[in-house]
Design a protein around this ligand. Structure first.
Ligand code: EPZ
Length: 417
């Protein structure tokens, strides 16, 4: 098991470079198998989720060569194959091979996906969409066999603006016969990144990034190149750290337009920062105003930053209310923060913070990727040493986090125990 050990209270100064967005990259890699030929994905983050997806490409006889942060993929010898439970289970994004293999081969055999333990995370909206396109779904235990004689375009209404379902249905519809309309589509910027890649392959998608996406099916897709957009969640996490313990800390390589709601909330708390085209620079603020935070689908406050943001709320003067509206079990960080001295009342998806609280180091356990990021954030400002167990969760989504933080002055290391 991996343990992160942090000696708190060291100012962070210098520049942290943001990598490609995990939640884009994990969709772009499966999307590549829809095309015949060579594909290049640039700015791919070096995270364990990426490695898991390359293992699935290998199983499908798809060649993937990594060169620094570029991934060169060739699908000439692709062969459809059952995606094992062990591989399906490694991450939530394995489910994008449902849409991609269904789109390419009209058949996919795969197990229920893995992913962070933040709720039941059903895939009913994905499956209903595939059926609407003409697929039949058979389930044997946790194995899904999804196949279609032909995929025919249709009008789909998503009950919830699901990121995963929107992307999966894009992947299934681009080679379907006729027009597909996805209503109540998710509007996250990662969806635009995937649609841009598919259109560069020769697909015909309009409206990505809005709640209504129109896909006109085409016969075949060809090789293309795409760059993964900057990771707005990684950037937001480091920006929150900068607000708490930065001294002229610059977060570089971001797209501030993707972080407007987060930067606005920090401004509301009294956080001072300078932004330019691709950077935000912060110095820690001594007093934070209490605020209310409610997560929502894009362009609302991102659920993935709710946990790191909670650390900031422990330092705000007064009572802050926090509401998680996307996942039903995303409070794994709260008992850990209480152990560090934070005064928080919580039940189910609501938490009330009574701040400010001086946090002290403790031995903690990461329950999922973003709660792990919150514990690192808390460890950086706590008095004394913080130990975070099950740190593997954090490495799934934060490229070189130990190096990036050490390079700007954090006293942090990772050990195998
Ligand atoms: C994606 O998860 C991200 N993961 C999540 O990031 C992110 O929190 C989430 O979108 C929301 O932005 C990846 O992109 C790999 P959803 P996804 O489908 O696709 C319910 C991180 O930390 N739902 O928008 O699973 C679901 O249970 C991860 O990087 C159904 O009920 O999110 C949840 O309550 C965590 N049925 C809500 O919708 C379905 O068929 C949002 O899910 C699908 C979803």
């Amino acid at each position: 098991m991996k343990q992160i050990i942090i000696e708190g209270n060291h100012l962070l100064s210098g520049t942290i470079k943001i990598g490609g967005a995990k939640n884009s990259a994990v969709a772009l890699i499966p999307a590549a198998i829809l095309a015949k030929g060579d594909l290049k994905i640039k700015n791919v983050p070096n995270i364990s989720d990426k490695d898991a997806l390359i293992e699935i490409l290998d199983l499908l006889n798809v060649k993937a060569v990594e060169y620094q942060n570029e991934l060169l993929i060739n699908t000439s010898n692709i062969k459809n194959a059952l995606i094992s439970e062990q591989l399906s289970n490694r991450l939530r994004a394995s489910y994008y091979f449902m849409g991609a293999l269904l789109g390419r081969f009209k058949k996919v055999e795969i197990y229920f996906p893995g992913g962070c333990n933040i709720g039941s995370r059903p895939i009913d909206l994905h499956l209903k969409g595939f059926e609407a396109l003409g697929a039949t779904i058979n389930k044997e235990g946790s194995k899904y066999i999804i196949e279609a004689k032909e995929l025919k375009g249709t009008e789909i209404y998503l009950d919830f603006a699901s990121v995963g379902a929107t992307i999966n249905l894009l992947l299934a519809a681009v080679l379907a016969r006729g027009k597909t309309i996805i209503n109540n589509a998710a509007r996250e910027v990662e969806i635009e990144n995937v649609a841009k890649f598919l259109n560069k392959m020769g697909a015909n998608i309009k409206g990505a990034g809005t709640e209504r996406i129109v896909i006109n099916g085409v016969r075949e897709l060809h090789g293309a190149e795409i760059s993964v957009i900057p990771d707005r969640i990684e950037a937001g996490t480091y920006i929150i750290m900068g607000a708490l313990i930065g001294h002229n800390l610059t977060i570089d390589g971001i797209n501030p337009n993707h972080l407007k709601v987060v930067l606005n909330k920090l401004k509301e708390m009294g956080v001072k920062f300078k932004t330019n085209k691709h950077q935000v620079t912060l110095t820690k603020t001594n007093q934070f105003k209490a605020v209310n935070v409610r997560t929502a689908v894009y362009p609302g406050f991102p659920t993935d930053l709710g946990q790191p943001m909670s650390v900031l709320l422990t330092q705000a003067t007064g009572i802050s209310q926090f509401e998680e509206t996307i996942f039903e079990n995303r409070m794994g960080h709260v008992p850990n923060l209480q152990k560090m001295g934070a005064k928080i009342e919580y039940e189910r998806q609501h938490a009330t913070f009574h701040g400010p609280n001086k946090l002290h180091g403790a031995e903690l356990t990461a329950t999922d990727l973003r709660s792990g990021a919150a514990l690192v954030t808390a460890g950086l400002i706590a008095e004394g040493t913080t130990i975070i167990n099950d740190a593997e969760h954090i490495l799934r989504g934060y490229e070189r986090i130990i190096t990036k933080l050490s390079d700007v002055g954090a006293k942090i290391k990772i050990v195998d125990v």
